[in-house]
Design a binder for this molecule. Structure first.
Ligand code: URA
Length: 412
């Protein structure tokens, strides 16, 4: 077999065989398929697409490039993946909350890059929290408390790590086939029984339109099902941040409110929906309605918050129910009207300007900066009304963030 022939087949729109896909992926990991051929292949996949059988084969080959987590207990294993958005703190609540139902949640998460925040960065706002657990530490923690949120290990899906780096610099990220295989290979390496996907659409999401998000959701669900993992997608709107807080420590504070049964309604509703899907998929609840009642009970009894605290402490973190933030200043409206649009990309850029996000994966993040959104889309706004509380480290970063916010929020 020759890589050049496989690339040409895809360029001509042919469906690749399992053997051809395996040859390319294994060769890429072994360095016998060089980056220039892999880039050409990724571009051919982006332009020609893949059918669902090819996507499942690609996912499985990427999964097989590394190891899978072994099952630690007899309890069903579940997880959630979100396609990323502003203010999305649902993972911090979901993992301890569903673990209260005798489900194991081996959540391997990522760091923020670009405009979307990373779950690991948020948790590292808690002093000492470790995100580099080994496979045996993950299993030990699952046996004890049923949930873990940590970074992926180097042995898991090395093909994805290498291919993602190449896609990032060759304009081949936005391929449904490549995104599906990338996301699902990592999630399937957790050896799950059920997976729920939060597929976001809108100005602050990876997929800007509902149609693109629907296509991605269908591809992810088909791939999960083909690989015997009960997979469900929930579509969610990312035309404005989820909840009020956007940043690292401030999102942990809001998560703790949610774990106490409070918090903003949109974040609570989405988190409960995602958790309910997992309870129904694993037979813990007969219906979504029943699941929601059971979940609310775990929030209001304090059990979910206690499980979160246990998780933090197990991973070396110091639990704190209100993390300190940089000094807040109000950003006020310069006109009256209705808040008709929020440009999520700009808002995300403003978080990066404050130091709360990364341009490069090696950048450090400032955990104590961020925003509290004081208004929602559709709200009537008066001139001089406070729109956002800005938590900034310096006057200069606050001034830059204010300039961006002025452009990001349309009031007319
Ligand atoms: N997230 C991933 O993990 N992979 C992609 O390709 C895109 C988003």
């Amino acid at each position: 077999m020759f890589a050049s022939a496989i690339i040409a087949n895809k360029r001509d729109g042919l469906s690749l065989s399992r053997e051809e896909i395996e040859f390319i992926i294994d060769g890429f990991v072994a360095n016998t398929v060089p980056n220039y051929q892999m880039s050409a292949w990724a571009m051919a996949v982006l332009c020609r697409g893949m059918d669902s059988r090819e996507i499942a084969d690609l996912t499985e080959c990427m999964l097989n490039s590394g190891v899978r987590l072994e099952r630690a207990t007899d309890r069903p294993r579940v997880d959630k993946h979100s396609t990323g958005g502003l203010g999305d703190k649902t993972s911090l609540i979901l993992a301890p909350l569903v673990a209260c139902f005798e489900l194991d949640v081996p959540m391997l998460s990522g760091r923020g890059l670009g405009i979307t925040g990373g779950t690991l960065d948020k948790l590292e706002s808690l002093a000492g929290y470790r995100c580099d657990l080994s496979a045996s530490e993950i299993n030990e923690q699952l046996r004890s408390i049923g949930c873990v949120i940590t970074g992926t290990t180097p042995e898991i899906t090395p093909a994805d790590k290498k291919l993602y780096g190449l896609r990032d610099v060759t304009g081949t990220v936005p391929s449904i086939a490549l995104i599906t295989a990338s996301i699902m290979s990592k999630k399937l390496a957790e050896s799950l029984d059920a997976l729920v996907l939060d597929v976001k659409f809108g100005s602050g999401a990876f997929m800007r339109t509902r149609e693109e998000a629907d296509q991605l959701a269908a591809s992810l669900v088909q791939t999960g099902d083909r690989m015997q993992v009960k997979t469900q997608a929930i579509m969610s709107d990312m035309n404005q941040p989820l909840g009020r807080m956007v940043g690292n420590a401030c999102e942990v504070n809001e998560s703790i409110d949610l774990l106490r049964g409070g918090g903003p309604e949109d974040a609570r509703e989405l988190t409960l929906k995602l958790c309910a899907a997992l309870l129904v998929a694993t037979g813990k609840s007969k219906s979504v309605e029943e699941a929601i009642l059971q979940l609310v009970d775990k929030l209001e009894s304090g059990e979910a918050l206690r499980r979160f605290q246990e998780m933090v402490e197990y991973q070396g973190g110091k639990f704190c129910d209100e993390l300190p933030l940089c000094k807040a200043t109000e950003f006020v409206s310069d006109r009256s009207g209705v808040l008709s649009a929020i440009d999520g990309q700009l808002l995300g850029q403003a978080v990066i300007e404050l130091g709360g996000g990364r341009r490069e994966l090696s950048d450090a993040v400032d955990h104590q900066v961020g925003f509290e959104m004081l208004v929602r889309l559709g709200d009537k706004i008066d001139s001089k009304q406070p729109l956002v509380n800005i938590f900034a480290r310096t006057d200069s970063s606050r001034a830059v963030a204010e300039q961006i916010l002025r452009k990001a929020m349309t009031i007319c």
